[in-house]
Ligand binder design. Structure first.
Ligand code: ME8
Length: 640
């Protein structure tokens, strides 16, 4: 991964103020925020822009319906967007409004440039106009004579207007896209733009007569017209930097990346690059396009009215969880369906179980058994090296995924590592090491590895779960601002001061309520506080494959007081398991007995013997008893 400082400029669409923010807006803005946090974590110089699109028919009509002036209405709704982003923890550097003087001035300057360069002409046009989309449709684009987005028949309008000579820019644009395969990404959207460009490109009508629409930026060369809202809106990406010639523009514009959904691919993939080129400005670097969220299969758009109040959901489940779900559930570029049930399932499985329990177990073990003054590692045992390697792999995969906005893959890579650490705890069983004074050095080195792993997780999770990541870092005493370059496992050589952290993500029960804090399972191996939270769902329980097994052979594991190597038969299959029952059962007495085993556990190696499953036993004090059947059943029978 490169650590040299890079410059990164990321924009979201500027959202229309004709309704309050919904889930789709929140998604784009949250992933933009995550990306910018990630780039900052990597040490890059970042500028993150969002804002509101406030001119045009749509807004004028919404204001009239609300009985307000367009400006008062835009002020009010724009403030709702700004406040929503603040509450969701979005760290944008700037918020542009198209009604601001700084924006108007740049729009007019760009229009004048285009006019002076002969890129604009005055002409007459008759076409099918959709007021919802605020644009003309060609016959071919209409579906059954209707606007494909609004499913309403367009109005035929004939009027004199100004036009941008977009048609003359077709050839170089096709060539540019061909030569820069990641100019528009993922590939499906690049292909979609190339498909548009296989048809002749028409000139673009860039004005609206004032007689018909007042609410817009006047053309600098003809006061009788206002600027077409898209021509006005796209320019926000440069006006927010102060426009051509400004220092901020020179710093950031060469690194510009836009983030949008597929609904506005054409203006960004075709109008915008041709406008830039015609105005003598460099093109943006990448257009990153994501898919659409739907609710129960229906499209979600405020003009259609089927909206989810983003904040209500985020407040209900926590802002970190909301952000996590959106990123984990949608494959960047493809559509996804939103449901509260899916959010709760992911919450319980990924956040409460995998991450929350890891943090609770590891911090508890370190606090209970860690000796900050103790001697820790000399040579690194190979199992610890595997944890280090797993982290190096995860951060490598994370870096590659984030280059492409593949948030889902990025999170999958981190969760792969979380799984490795959870298995490492199970296999190393620090609570067992703690019982053997000769193993103290080994115990301390396992605990250092755990503290190290938590600290690294607290760093790499920062862009995705900002609040939880900060709590994890705090629990392991990492007070420095998080930096990706510090997330290297193996740096820690002594146990830091650690605080127990349980209930990071308390499980959500079927009624949608969160349990306060994880409670501990009372079981033999969990007595020392290595336990997981107490309740699991029936689905989770069903995933555990319990079987009747017949013991066919048993012997002591060399050099171990506690472990027996047991061969069992499960139907036709035979397996080797390692069980900590040597102090309670003579190996020979077990042969021929039927026991209950967990058949779908991931294999683990104990004292050099691979164990493929687990024999169930109950224990209290010094007594341990195997779980046996009170009626006979064949080996392999399922235990339900
Ligand atoms: O188009 N799923 O504004 P807008 C995912 N003002 N993302 C969605 C979504 C959904 N169902 N619905 C909306 C405009 N979005 C113009 C943009 S830019 C110069 C001008 C998100 O309020 C997504 O980012 O309709 C989409 O591109 C954007 O909101 C459209 O927002």
């Amino acid at each position: 991964m490169t650590t040299s400082p890079r410059t990164f400029y990321l924009t979201t669409p500027i959202y229309y103020v004709n309704a309050v923010p919904h889930l789709g807006h929140a998604y784009t803005t949250l992933i933009a925020d995550t990306m910018c946090r990630y780039r900052r974590l990597a040490g890059d110089r970042v500028h993150f822009l969002t804002g509101t699109d406030e001119h045009g028919d749509k807004i004028a009509q919404a204001a009239a319906a609300a009985g307000e002036t367009p400006q008062a209405y835009a002020d009010r709704i724009s403030a709702v967007f700004r406040e929503t982003w603040r509450r969701l923890g979005i760290g944008n550097d700037d918020f542009i409004r198209t009604t601001e003087p700084r924006h108007k001035a740049v729009v007019q300057a760009v229009l004048q440039r285009l006019h002076d360069a002969g890129e604009v002409y005055f002409g007459e046009y008759g076409g099918h106009y959709c007021f919802g989309c605020e644009r003309f449709y060609t016959e071919k684009e209409l579906v059954d004579g209707k606007c494909p987005d609004h499913q309403t028949p367009p109005t035929f309008i004939k009027e004199q207007n100004y036009f941008f000579r977009m048609s003359r820019h077709q050839d170089w644009l096709v060539k540019h896209i061909a030569e820069h395969p990641d100019f528009i990404r993922p590939e499906r959207y690049r292909n979609e733009v190339l498909a548009f460009l296989r048809e002749p490109l028409e000139d673009l009508c860039i004005s609206r007569p004032r007689s018909r629409l007042q609410w817009g930026i006047p053309l600098p060369f003809d006061e009788n017209f206002v600027t077409y809202v898209w021509f006005d809106a796209l320019i926000n990406y440069v006006s927010a930097l102060g426009g051509p010639g400004a220092e901020r523009f020179d710093t950031f514009w060469p690194h510009a990346q836009h983030l949008i959904a597929k609904d506005i691919l054409k203006p960004h993939g075709i109008y915008w690059p041709t406008m830039l080129k015609a105005a003598g400005l460099p093109l943006y670097r990448h257009l990153n396009v994501h898919g659409y969220w739907s609710l129960g299969g229906g499209k979600m758009s405020k003009s259609i009215g089927n909206v989810v109040e983003a904040l209500a959901l985020a407040d209900k489940y926590g802002h970190d969880a909301f952000r996590y779900f959106l990123m984990r559930e949608m494959t960047f570029g493809l559509d996804a369906n939103f449901s509260e049930e899916a959010l709760v399932t992911r919450f319980n499985a990924d956040l409460a179980n995998d991450l929350g329990n890891l943090v609770a177990r590891a911090t508890t073990l370190i606090v209970n058994f860690g000796d900050p003054t103790g001697d820790t590692r000399e040579a690194l045992p190979s199992e610890d090296q595997q944890v280090h390697m797993a982290f190096a792999e995860a951060t490598h995969a994370l870096g590659l995924a984030m280059e492409e906005f593949a948030f889902q893959r990025a999170l999958a890579a981190i969760w792969e590592f979380i799984g490795t650490v959870n298995r490492y705890i199970d296999a190393r069983a620090p609570w067992v090491l703690a019982k053997d004074p000769t193993k103290d050095k080994r115990l301390q080195s396992v605990l250092v590895t755990l503290a190290d792993a938590l600290c690294c997780l607290g760093i790499v999770l920062d862009p995705f779960l900002p609040t939880a990541a900060a709590r994890i870092r705090q629990a392991v005493g990492h007070t420095a601002p998080p930096r990706l370059e510090a997330a290297v496992l193996g740096r820690l050589h002594a146990i830091p001061k650690v605080e127990k952290l349980s209930g990071l993500f308390p499980r959500i029960d079927a009624k949608g309520e969160q349990r306060s804090g994880a409670t501990m399972l009372k079981g033999a191996s969990d007595q020392e506080g290595a336990g997981r939270s107490s309740r699991i769902s029936i689905e989770e329980f069903r995933r555990v494959d319990l079987r009747v097994a017949e013991v066919v052979a048993a012997e002591k594991v060399e050099k171990s007081k506690r472990l027996l190597k047991v061969t069992v038969r499960l139907g036709a299959e035979s397996r080797t398991l390692v069980a900590g029952i040597a102090e309670h059962y003579d190996p020979a007495s077990l042969v021929g007995r039927k026991v209950v085993v967990v058949a779908n556990l991931e294999p683990a190696t104990l004292m050099g013997v691979e164990s493929d499953g687990m024999i169930l036993a109950a224990s209290e004090g010094n007594t341990l008893t195997l779980i046996v059947l009170d009626r006979d059943l064949p080996a392999g029978a399922k235990v339900k």
